[in-house]
Design a protein around this ligand. Sequence first.
Ligand SMILES: C[S@@+](CC[C@H](N)C(=O)[O-])C[C@H]1O[C@@H](n2cnc3c(N)ncnc32)[C@H](O)[C@@H]1O
Length: 456
Amino acid sequence: MDSFTKNMVVDSSWSFSDLTKKETSYASHGYHKYPAKFIPQLVKRLILEYSREGDLVLDPFGGCGTTLVEAKLNNRNSISIDVNDAAILIASAKAEAIDPAILETNNKLILERIAKSNDHKDYYANANSRLKYWFKRKQFNKLFKIYNEIQRESDKNIKTFYNCCFSDILKNCSKWYSKSIKPQRDSSKKDVEPAHAFIEHLNYMTKQNLEYYNLLDKSINIVESSVKKADARKTMLPKNSVDLIITSPPYAISYEYADIHQLSLLWFGSTKNIAGIRKDYIGTASKRKAIKSARIRSTRGLNTIKSLERLDTGLANQIANYIVDLDLTFREMHRVLKHGKKMCIILGDTRYLGIKIPNTDMAIELINNAGFNINKVIKRKICSKIFTPYRDSTGKFSDGESGKKRRIYQYEYIIIAKKKLLLMDCGVRFFTYIYNKFLISLQEAGNLALWDKYDN
Ligand SMILES: C[S@@+](CC[C@H](N)C(=O)[O-])C[C@H]1O[C@@H](n2cnc3c(N)ncnc32)[C@H](O)[C@@H]1O
């Protein structure tokens, strides 16, 4: 079977390769590090091309809320969904622009409280064992002092803003190897002073909040944005309610989002057991139930699974689960999207044990089967996504510095699909139309009969 994307050329106008890090982190976009987050300019272009002011834009794999912020800045209502509590915290902080004067006053107060605090309790003694693995006792207790002062903040938005700031500094203040997105301990890492890290990042976020506030101030409409913890496969949103979907699903066996965000998830008490929540995430490498081939509604997917089965049955099963999960998500997106409206999926292919995992081609097949027409596919070069784009010879992610490594994720694809009417919908619509016509003609006949009576 021919690949849909095989001979496609890059459309450089979608690569945004000339943008600096500062330009892609304007307003609230730079509040928190997040793997594989969107370039805001890419999302903005899709929003402007495929929706109108006042429309509702949904991102079912919302991550740190890039789509939500861009929708807000461009006068669109928006919903950002994710299963990850760390994503919910970050997106919630990024959504709200706080009155700069009020924020400045609160900043002074909280920093004073932190400086004056004489809390010398040993919080480390009763800490979660996984947190003990990541933090030194001294660092942990200093961080806890800051955390306690944040929880005393009474304004909900400001508290979320501080919690987001705190979440961002956790990695720096722990033994987490700084150059790695993946969990890796660096026992020779130098201590970072938590109070300094907090003040520095708070100053940065405060400056960015001002920029965001001023940008929003110029917008004409008041729009609503909401961040929801939910599963993209079952959003609980009403059917036919969304005007545009922009999203980037996780890649198959790429990132374990639960592991990557474990410091925040453990610290804020979302879970005590990271391994236990992995299964909720699409694309996870954790053990999942066996999938019958009849449930794989992608020929390319089935071929890939067959090739993988010869090398690693566990891996083949992970990909099978991934395909079923994507299928369920696209069906759910079809349910919530209004007829004739667009869904933009950003996805790239990957490789594992020398075998290409054609995520994009598989997604195109599934999207078609779910009741969409593919309008356009754009190939773009990945330039500034926070990615670890290397795997070593065993197939594991590597930092790209050592050993034999190969670069993956050089390109990705923007699939633009339009919701078509399913045959059943067409049938229901047709019969409703005929029935209404029939009622009108009955009414008219009744009125005529009445006139006839008067005439006589
Ligand atoms: C590629 S990232 C999206 C990043 C996002 N575009 C941004 O700019 O921040 C994929 C996201 O999917 C989320 N995710 C994984 N499984 C999910 C599920 N079943 N339902 C909803 N979100 C899920 C992950 O937590 C992660 O945040």
